[in-house]
Design a protein around this ligand. Sequence first.
Ligand code: TYM
Length: 330
Amino acid sequence: RKTILTGIKPTGQIHLGNYIGAIKPALALAKDKEYQPLYFIADYHAITKGYDVSKFKELTYGVAATWLALGLEPQEVIFYKQSDIPEIFELTWILSCMAPKGLMNRAHAYKSIVDDNITSNKDSDSGVNMGLYNYPILMASDILLFKSDIVPVGKDQIQHIEIARDIALSFNHHFGETFTLPEYRIQKETAVLPGLDGRKMSKSYGNTIPLFEEPKKLRKLINKIVTDSLPPEAPKDPDTSSIFQLYQEFASPEDTLRMRKQFAEGIGWGDAKNEVYKVMNQFLEEPRERYVELTSSPQKLDKLLKEGAEQAREISKANLQNIKEQIGFL
Ligand code: TYM
C-alpha cells in the first residue's frame, strides 16, 4: 500500500484554509483502501516561532479534536503527535549532516524573514533561531522516515516537499536506495484559499475564518470577506471569486452548478454570502458539536494519540534501524 502523510501545527485555531487545503483532501484519500494514511500534529514545528506555553496544550488537543470531529477513523489512520516519535528527531540530525546549508538559505519562510530584515536595516538573521532555519529538515524527516509516497498539502508547503525530495535523492545516491521520493498533492482550485482580506488565509495575517466558529460569528466573518464593488445585477466571474470558491467546497455539485449560473446572471454579494453561510453551517453543524464534545474529554484524546504513536513507532523504529545500517552505524 502507498503511504499518505500530512501534518498540521498547533499554532492557532484550525481555519478554513487548513481544512480545504489539507484536511478535506487527506480524509478523502483515507477512504481509499489502497493507501495507508499517517496524519499527525506537528507540535515540534510549532515552537520554531514565539508561542504561548499556556495555550499550547489546548491548541494541540484542538488539532486532534478537529481531525476526529471531521471523520478521521483511528482504525484506518495512524494518528499521532510528532513529539511522541523520537526517531523523527534522530533522523533529523542524520539528514542535517547531509543537507547542504545553501538549500536551507533558499527556503521561502527563512528567506522572507531575511528579506524583511534587510529592508528594515536590521541584521539579516535577526529573530531567526536554528529551529526555524532547520524547519525544512525536520519536515523532510517527518516525511522520509515513513517512506511517504503522497503528501496532501496547500500550495505554501510545496517547496518543503521539494526540499524533502532533494534530500532523499542525494541520500539515495550516496548511500543506496533508502528513501521513497515523496510527491505533493494539491487541490487545483483551492491550493491557496484566500482569507478575509484576499491574501492567503493564514494565522500570521490574522485574516482567518476558524473552522468551528460559532454560527453568529461565522456569519459575521463571511460578511467581512472582501469583494469587488460590482452592483448586484452585474454578471460575476465565479472562477475568480473567493465567495464562489468557498461555496463549491461545501455545496453539492448540483447546487454549485446552480450558483455558477446565478453568478453569470448577476447575484448580489450579500445574497451570495448568505448562500455560502447556509451551506457551510449545514455541513459544519455536526462536526462542530463533536468538536466541542471531544475537546472536553482530553483523556480520550490522550489515549487515542498514545495508541497512534505506538503504531507509528513500529514503523519508525524499523525504518530508522535500516537507515542507520545504511550509513555505517554498528
Ligand atoms: P500548517 O499547520 O501551517 O498548515 C496545515 C495545512 O494547511 C494548509 N493551508 C492552506 N491550504 C490552502 N489555503 C490556505 N490558505 C492554507 N493555509 C494553510 C497548509 O498548506 C498545510 O497543508 N509545515 C506544515 C506542517 C508539517 C507538515 C509536515 C505537512 C510539518 N511536517 C509533513 C506535511 C508533511 C505547516 O506549517 O502546516
